[in-house]
Design a protein around this ligand. Structure first.
Ligand code: UD1
Ligand code: UDP
Length: 369
C-alpha cells in the first residue's frame, strides 16, 4: 500500500513526525508532499533537521496568500502529484489550509483520505480552522480522533461509526521522544538566562487575535499586568504573522516582556516544560502544556481542546488584560496533578495499523510519565 503524507505548516510537521518515523521503521511505501504553506527556516526547515525526518519528495512552494488563493493553488498542484503517484491513502492532519486542500484534492480523484486529529470543534466559524476541520471530517474515509469526545462530536454530526478510530494524539509521542533528545542537546534556559519555573511562556498567532489591533494590544497589556504582579520575565515566541502585525500596528512590548524568534522544537519543549505557566492561543501549545503538567491560560474565548479545560489544566481568558491577569492568578493557585487525556505514545502505530487493515485497540495505556 502506498501512502501520501501531506503537510505544510509547523504543527503538521511536528505532529506527523511519529507517523513518518513509523513509516520508516516499517519500511512502508510512502512519500511526503509539502505544500510550502510555511517556508521560513524557523517555521519549516528547522523541524526536518532537528527531528531528523526524511525530507519531502515534493515541495510545492505555495507560500502565503489569501485563504482562497492559497488553498486554490494547493489544490491544483496537489492534484497533479496525486494523479502521477496514485497513492491508496492520503494522510492529512489538523485544520490548516494544507489539510483542506490535501483532503479535497484526494477525495475528488477517489483516493482515500485519512484525517488525523479528527472531530475537534470550537464551534466558532470566525476561525478559518473551524471551517477546515468540519469539511475535512466530512470528506475523510478514516477519522482518527484524539479522544472519546472528538468521536462523540463526529457521531453527533452523522459521521459513520465504522470510519472513526480513537487513537489518541501523536503529539504525546512527539513530546516525550523529543524531550529526551532536548535534554541532551539543548539548554534553552541557559541561553535565555531563565530559571526553572521562573518565567511565563507566551505564543499568539491566531488570525482572529493578532490581526485585530485592540485584541493584540489587549494581550500585550495583559502580559504587562502579569509581569508587574508576579515580577517574572515573560518570554514571547513571536510567530511571523504576529511579527508582521506588531510592525504594521506599531505596537511595542513593555518592560519584562521579551520577544524571541520562533524557537526550534527542542528548545521550545524545554521552555514549555520549565515554564511557571503558559499563555497561548495555539492549539498545539494548549495540548502540550496539558501533557507536560504546566498550567495554561488560553488567549481565546473558546477552544476545541476541551479536555484540557475538563481536567483543570487550562482556562479561557480571551484578550482582555484584566481577565488575562485574573485567569493567571487562578491557574497559579491550581494543582497540576491532572492526567494527560490525549492517549499515549502508541498513536502513530495504531493509526498505521488501521490503514493496513488491522483493528484498533481502544484501551490506552496510561501515559506513565
Ligand atoms: C497557519 C494555519 C493555522 C496554524 C498555523 C501554525 C491556516 C488557515 N492557518 O496559520 O491553523 O495554527 O499555520 O503556525 O491554515 N509567514 C512567514 N513565514 C512562514 C509562514 C508564514 O513569514 O514560513 C507569515 C506570512 O506573512 C504569512 C503569515 O505569516 O502571510 C501567515 O501565514 P499562513 O500560513 O497564511 O497562516 P498562519 O497564521 O501561519
Ligand atoms: N512551537 C515551536 N516553537 C515555537 C512555538 C511553537 O516549536 O517557538 C511548536 C509547539 O511546541 C507546537 C507547535 O509548534 O508543537 C504549535 O504550532 P502553532 O502554535 O504554530 O500552531 P497550532 O498548534 O495553533 O496550529
Amino acid at each position: 500500500m502506498k501512502l501520501a503524507i501531506i503537510l505544510g505548516t509547523r504543527p503538521e510537521i511536528i505532529k506527523m513526525s511519529p507517523i513518518i518515523r513509523e513509516c520508516e521503521r516499517q519500511a512502508l511505501d510512502y512519500f511526503i508532499l509539502h505544500t510550502g504553506q510555511h517556508y521560513s527556516y524557523q517555521m519549516d526547515g528547522t523541524f526536518f533537521e532537528e527531528l531528523e525526518l526524511r525530507g519531502p519528495k515534493y515541495n510545492l512552494g505555495i507560500g502565503s496568500g489569501t485563504h482562497g488563493e492559497q488553498t486554490g493553488k494547493m489544490l491544483i498542484a496537489i492534484e497533479k502529484i496525486l494523479m502521477q503517484e496514485r497513492p491508496q491513502v492520503v494522510l492529512v492532519l489538523g485544520d490548516t489550509n494544507t489539510t483542506l486542500a490535501g483532503a479535497l484534492a484526494a477525495v475528488k480523484i477517489h483516493i482515500k483520505v485519512a484525517h488525523i486529529e479528527a472531530g475537534m470543534r470550537s464551534y466558532d466559524r470566525e476561525m478559518p480552522e473551524e471551517v477546515n476541520r468540519v469539511l475535512v471530517d466530512h470528506l475523510a474515509d478514516y477519522l482518527f480522533a484524539p479522544s472519546e469526545s472528538a468521536r462523540s462530536i463526529m457521531l453527533g454530526e452523522g459521521i459513520s461509526e465504522d470510519t472513526i478510530y480513537v487513537t489518541g494524539n501523536t503529539a504525546v509521542q512527539a513530546v516525550y521522544d523529543h524531550l529526551e533528545i532536548a535534554e541532551r542537546k539543548r539548554n534553552a534556559l541557559a541561553r535565555l538566562g531563565l530559571k526553572k519555573k521562573g518565567y511565563f511562556l507566551v505564543t499568539s498567532h491566531r488570525q482572529e487575535n493578532v490581526d485585530v489591533v485592540h485584541k493584540l494590544r489587549g494581550i500585550l497589556d495583559g502580559l504587562q499586568l502579569i509581569h508587574k504582579e508576579f515580577g517574572l520575565p515573560v518570554i514571547f515566541s513571536v510567530h511571523p504573522r504576529t511579527q508582521k502585525k506588531l510592525e504594521e500596528f506599531g505596537l511595542g512590548v513593555g518592560n519584562g516582556v521579551k520577544l524571541i524568534e520562533p524557537a526550534g522544537f527542542l528548545e521550545f519543549l524545554q521552555l514549555e516544560k520549565d515554564a511557571r505557566l503558559i499563555l497561548t492561543d495555539s492549539g498545539g501549545v494548549q495540548m502540550e502544556a496539558c501533557i507536560l503538567s504546566v498550567p495554561c491560560v488560553t488567549l481565546r474565548e473558546n477552544t476545541e481542546w476541551t479536555e484540557t479545560l475538563e481536567v483543570g489544566a487550562n482556562i479561557l481568558a480571551g484578550c482582555e488584560p484584566q481577565k488575562i491577569l485574573e485567569s493567571t492568578r487562578l491557574m497559579l493557585g491550581r494543582k497540576t496533578d491532572w492526567e494527560n487525556p490525549f492517549g499515549d505514545e502508541t498513536s502513530a502505530t495504531r493509526t498505521l495499523a488501521v490503514l493496513q487493515g488491522g483493528r484498533v485497540v481502544k484501551q490506552f495505556r496510561t501515559a506513565g510519565h
